[in-house]
Design a protein around this ligand. Structure first.
Ligand SMILES: Nc1nc2c(ncn2[C@@H]2O[C@H](COP(=O)(O)OP(=O)(O)OP(=O)(O)O)[C@@H](O)[C@H]2O)c(=O)[nH]1
Ligand SMILES: [Mg+2]
Length: 229
């Protein structure tokens, strides 16, 4: 018996439900004037380290907060909390990605009007998170120099679902013999025109440029909000 059509149908229903919830979340974020940035990457690409540095840099300038997802432990929430911004951990158990319902649950009791930027660190995974809209305004796909330049070709969906690629751990580029132009070519072949930024959260290289990029996106968002009202 061929069960394929039924499986596809069930999956489509789950996706539709997530899309509807994500749309409602996006509207809620927009009404509260919160710009939402999500981070996706394989495990250990440097999402939390990058976020910790970004939150610390942004905290004196605007009201920031973070939600972080992992299968187990609240290690990342504890690390992010060192930047002294509000942080919430989602523990997904066996689930390899965050979805819109989990984000909605994590927002309970949170005054969104009191925030300017909300970061969401997804579970480290280059496959599952790509299909789940979280209501974010900007999705960053991180790829570290130690992973190999071919990752965008092997995992095109995650790069396709993202708005910007961030090459991390550039302080290790030489040791890893990282070929930046090959990586860039692979990213562009999957998602033509995608901005590519380079950072080291260890040394701080590229962080100013990345935060300027983010600030320009937040400013565009604020302008759009003004023209809507
Ligand atoms: N050399 C160097 N190491 C880094 C950099 N960023 C992160 N690391 C190291 O990479 C390892 C993983 O970093 P995390 O920030 O935990 O990575 P992650 O993507 O949050 O990991 P998961 O949440 O488990 O998916 C840690 O040992 C970090 O110290 C960097 O810019 N340079
Ligand atoms: Mg992490």
């Amino acid at each position: 018996m061929n069960t394929q059509p039924r499986l596809v149908e069930v999956r489509r229903k789950v996706m539709n439900q997530n899309d509807l919830l994500a749309r409602a979340l996006r509207e809620r974020f927009r009404e509260a004037g919160v710009y939402v940035v999500s981070l996706v990457s394989s495990p250990g690409s440097g999402k939390t380290t990058f976020l910790e540095r970004s939150l610390t840099a942004l905290r004196p300038l605007c009201r920031v907060a973070a939600i972080v997802g992992d299968l187990a432990t609240d290690n990342d929430a504890a690390r992010l909390a060192r930047s002294q911004v509000p942080v919430r951990q989602i523990t997904t158990g066996a689930v390899c990605h965050l979805d819109a319902a989990m984000i909605e649950g994590a927002l309970a009791g949170w005054d969104l009007d009191g925030l300017d930027i909300l970061f969401i660190e997804n579970v480290g995974n280059l496959v599952c998170p790509s299909s789940y809209d979280l209501g974010e305004d900007l999705r960053m796909a991180l790829i570290s120099v130690t992973e190999g330049e071919d990752k965008p070709l092997k995992y095109p969906t995650i790069f396709n679902s993202a708005d910007v690629a961030v090459i991390t751990k550039v302080d290790l580029a030489e040791a890893a013999e990282f070929d930046a132009s090959a990586a860039n070519k692979n990213i562009q072949s999957v998602r033509p025109g995608m901005p590519v930024l380079r950072v080291s959260a260890k040394t701080g290289e590229g962080m100013d440029e990345l935060l300027r990029f983010l600030a320009s996106r937040v400013a565009e968002f604020a302008l759009r909000l003004q023209s809507d009202f």
